[in-house]
Design a protein around this ligand. Structure first.
Ligand code: HMG
Ligand code: MG
Length: 312
């Protein structure tokens, strides 16, 4: 446990990874309010939206409206997904702090998600990375299917190293090791991270774990034990990927904050305000948050309120 970091940076991807997967349309005003509530809870990085084809992901078609509607807080980094130059050009006008190119360690997933091979995706990303840097915008690279793929099954760690090397070769500043379908277990995730660390330093590697099989918190701990201190998480456990059927959302931000708080690892996030943010979007979606911690704390609040009302 000696490598545990003393602080952790959480990047909430709920507004993007979360809401991209909702069947019912979520109005731009609700997305904007969610971003405001996340920053009020202390999130310093928020993945707001994606500049992808509206034919592929109609849920993100309001990207420019959402970006324009946010009242930005100093010190908060707002990121957006851009798969190609077309997406980057529209995104650039919205002044994101960071753009995210997204590739996959699996050929089949690359084809299904962005309609091209891994090699072609890198060719498409290269000018996006160069243009972003020329405009003073940071670049993150999401690496999907680093442990398993919905189409190819298990993914060998070497393929993650290969993709990380390609990301590095085109100048991507930092990368996310993503378990897109949440099939990973701690050692597998550690191997994918080990391969990534051949190309990127610890400070530039983050964990992005979907929780389909309930392993995401364990995988987060496994990454922490390697010294990883950046993670993408999703408020209320929102999300999934439209091109990874059956995959559920990222590990809930509330669950990770609770675990880290208990381990005395600083996140700068106020858990109560975060639970409020998760309740806000979950109420809008007509369900309870997909977070054990949020549900436990909401139940506790309700029982305390009932006891107080009874005492009056
Ligand atoms: P394509 O059909 O091959 O693109 O899609 P194309 O270049 O041939 O263009 C076809 C049409 O799309 C044209 O319009 C373009 O203008 C338009 P038309 O002439 O037919 O009217 N177009 C665009 N429109 C808006 N924005 C753009 C854009 N690009 C082309 N950027 C493309 C290729 C990449 C665009 C498509 O496959 C796509 O949009 N894919 C995105 C899929 C997606 O968003 N998936 C979810 C995000 S990734 C994820 O969730 C994983 C992650 O969380 C990590 C993890 O968990 O693994 C990050
Ligand atoms: Mg994801």
């Amino acid at each position: 446990m000696s490598a545990l970091p003393s602080r952790v940076k959480l990047i909430d991807v709920g507004p993007r990874d979360g809401l991209q997967n909702e069947k019912q349309p979520v109005p731009a005003a609700v997305k904007i309010e969610l971003v405001h509530r996340l920053q009020a809870a202390g999130l310093k990085e928020i993945e707001v939206t994606s500049f992808v084809s509206p034919k592929w992901v109609p849920q993100m078609a309001d990207n420019a409206e959402v970006m324009a509607g946010i009242t930005r807080q100093p010190g908060v980094r707002y990121s957006v997904l851009t798969p190609n130059m077309k997406g980057f050009e529209v995104a650039q006008a919205c002044q994101p702090d960071e753009i995210v190119v997204f590739g996959a360690a699996s050929e089949a997933f690359s084809q299904k998600n962005i309609n091209c091979s891994i090699a072609e995706s890198i060719e498409r990303f290269a000018p996006v990375v160069a243009a972003a840097h020329a405009a003073g915008i940071a670049v993150r690279g999401a690496m999907s299917c680093t442990v398993g793929c919905p189409y190819e099954g298990d993914i060998a760690p070497e393929r993650v190293g290969y993709l990380a090397g390609l990301m590095k070769s085109i100048g991507v500043d930092r990368v996310d090791v993503a378990d897109t379908i949440g099939v990973g277990t701690p050692r597998k995730v550690q191997r994918a991270i080990e391969e990534t660390l051949r190309h990127y330093s610890l400070d530039n590697v983050s964990g992005h774990f979907h929780d389909t099989y309930g392993q995401a918190l364990a995988n987060t701990l496994a990454a922490l034990q390697m010294g990883v201190w950046n993670f993408q998480t999703s408020v209320a456990g929102l999300g999934g990927c439209p091109y990874a059927k059956g995959a559920t959302g990222n590990v809930a931000t509330e669950d990770v904050v609770y675990m880290l708080r208990g381990m005395e690892i600083d996140t700068g996030i106020d858990l109560n305000h975060l639970v409020d943010a998760g309740q806000y979007i979950s109420t809008h979606l007509g369900r309870m948050p997909h977070s054990r911690v949020a549900v436990a704390l909401l139940n506790k609040r309700a029982s305390e309120a009932a006891t107080e009302a009874h005492a009056r």
